[in-house]
Design a protein around this ligand. Sequence first.
Ligand SMILES: [Zn+2]
Length: 89
Amino acid sequence: MYKQFDILRVTEECGIRLKANVRPLSGEIRCHCPFCASTASRYTASINTRRGLFYCHKCGEGHNALTLYAKIVGTSNKQAHRELQAFAA
Ligand SMILES: [Zn+2]
């Protein structure tokens, strides 16, 4: 079973721009979508820091911290897990 990683940490590692650095109570932060955002001015996606999820309202990509990282970096979930564990250590 994979352990849950910090979605905020993953967006940082992957250079995903967040709309605000403050963490709202809801845990919901708007951000850029690394999969479909061709124009840098639109925040079409959001992450939920409480649930550790990413979702894009435009292209429908939905991920947890692990699969988000794996997809952006272009690696397997297994390898992503290994790398994220190295960050966390
Ligand atoms: Zn998208």
